[in-house]
Design a protein around this ligand. Structure first.
Ligand code: G3I
Length: 320
C-alpha cells in the first residue's frame, strides 16, 4: 500500500473494507479444483490489523466478479461450490474479519411499482448465476453456511438503491422472512445481523428517503450499516466510470456536496445506536470508481475537501 494512503487510513478510520481484493474473482481458484489466491488480500489485511484497523469482508456471494465455473454444473455441484467457497474463505479469515457481506445485490436493481409487496422471491436478479442454479434458496443457504463457518462474525446483506422505498420494502421482507424462520427453530439471534445500505448517492438524494429506509430496517430489528458511501457531483456511471477521470470541481459543487454530506451525517448521528459502521467507498477523487463525479472527502492530492469538514462537523454548515 502506498504510504500516504496508508497514513491517511490509520489516522482517520478504524475499520476498512477492501474495494476489490476479497471478492470471489480475486480469492477463488481461476479453474475448478485450482488454488485459492489469498496473498494480495492477506498482505493488506495483516498490515491493517497491525495498526488496529478492523476488517469488514466484502463479499462472498455475488453475481459479479465471480468466476463462471462457480455457478456452472448441476444444482448439487453449484450448491457444493457455494458451501465450499464460504467455508474456505471464512475459515481462512477467522479471527481477522469481524463482519462479512455474505450476499451482495441479490434483489433486482429496480422494483416495478406495485410489485414491492409481492413475495421477495419473485423480485430477485434472475441474471445471477447463483439464482439460475439454485433459485431464491441460495440466499438463506449462504447465510446459514456462513453462520456455521464462523459464529463469531456478523453477517450482512448488502445492496444499493435502498433509498428507493420499493426496493427497501423487498429487502426488509426478505431479511425478516429469513430471520423469522431461523428464530422459529429456537435460535435467539438473527441469522442476518444487518443490512448494508451502499450509499452511492448524487447531490439530489432525498434525505427523508434515506431516513425512511434506516427506520424500516430498525423496525425489523436488524443493524444498518452505511457500507459504500460516496456522493457524485456529476454523473459518473457507464462510460464515465473508473478511476483517474476526475475534473476540477467548481466552488458551487464543493459546497453542494459538503451540504449533502452534512445532512447525511446528521441523520446517521441521530441513528448512531443502530448504525455500527459507516464506510466511504474510496478515499480520494482520483482513485474512486466514480472519479468523474469527484465523490470523496479528499481530492486527488489527498487534500481534505469541504465535504471532509462537513462530515467532521455536520451541524456547522452555516458558511456553505
Ligand atoms: O486493475 C485493473 C487494471 O489493471 C486494468 O488495466 C483495468 C482495465 O479495465 O481494470 C482494472 O480493474 C478494474 C478495477 O475496478 C480496479 O479499478 C476493473 O476492471 C473494474 O471492473 C473494477 O471495478 C470495481 C467494480 O466494483 C466491479 O464490480 C470497482 O473498483 C469497485 O469500486 C466496485 O465496487 C462495487 C461493490 O463491490 C459493490 N457495490 C457496487 C460497487 C460499485 O460498482
Amino acid at each position: 500500500m502506498m504510504d500516504d494512503y496508508f497514513d491517511l487510513i490509520i489516522k482517520h478510520f478504524n475499520v476498512v473494507t477492501l474495494e476489490n481484493q476479497m471478492k470471489p474473482d480475486h480469492l477463488a481458484p481461476r479453474q475448478r479444483g485450482g488454488e485459492y489466491n489469498f496473498s494480495t488480500a492477506d498482505n493488506m489485511i495483516n498490515e491493517l490489523l497491525l495498526n488496529d484497523i478492523l476488517i469488514h469482508g466484502h463479499t462472498l456471494v455475488w453475481h459479479n466478479q465471480t468466476h463462471s465455473w462457480m455457478t456452472e454444473g448441476t444444482p448439487a455441484q453449484v450448491r457444493d461450490n457455494l458451501v465450499n467457497y464460504i467455508n474456505t474463505v471464512m475459515a481462512h479469515y477467522k479471527g481477522k474479519v469481524f463482519s462479512w457481506d455474505v450476499v451482495n445485490e441479490a434483489v433486482m436493481e429496480r422494483i416495478n411499482p406495485g410489485e414491492q409487496n409481492n413475495s421477495w422471491k419473485t423480485q430477485l436478479r434472475t441474471e445471477s448465476g447463483w439464482y439460475k442454479a439454485l433459485g431464491a434458496d441460495f440466499i438463506e443457504l449462504a447465510f446459514r453456511t456462513a453462520r456455521e463457518a464462523d459464529p463469531d462474525v456478523e453477517l450482512y446483506y448488502n445492496d444499493y438503491h435502498l433509498n428507493n422505498q420499493r426496493k427497501a420494502i423487498v429487502v426488509a421482507n426478505m431479511v425478516k422472512d429469513i430471520n423469522d424462520r431461523y428464530k422459529r427453530e429456537g435460535n435467539e439471534r438473527n441469522l442476518i445481523d444487518g443490512v448494508g445500505m451502499q450509499g452511492h448517492y448524487s447531490l439530489t438524494v432525498n434525505i427523508d428517503d434515506v431516513r425512511n429506509t434506516i427506520q424500516r430496517f430498525v423496525d425489523i430489528g436488524v443493524k444498518v450499516v452505511i457500507s459504500e458511501l460516496d456522493i457524485e457531483t456529476r454523473n459518473a456511471w457507464g462510460t464515465n466510470s473508473g478511476p483517474r477521470k476526475d475534473t476540477p470541481m467548481t466552488q458551487q459543487e464543493q459546497k453542494q456536496q459538503a451540504v449533502v454530506y452534512a445532512q447525511l451525517f446528521k441523520l446517521f448521528k441521530e441513528y448512531s445506536e443502530f448504525i455500527p459502521r459507516i464506510t466511504l467507498w474510496g478515499l480520494d477523487d482520483e482513485n474512486s470508481w466514480k472519479s468523474f463525479g469527484n465523490p470523496c472527502l479528499w481530492d486527488g492530492d489527498l487534500n481534505p475537501k469541504q465535504s471532509f469538514f462537513a462530515v467532521l462537523n455536520p451541524n456547522r454548515t452555516k458558511g456553505l
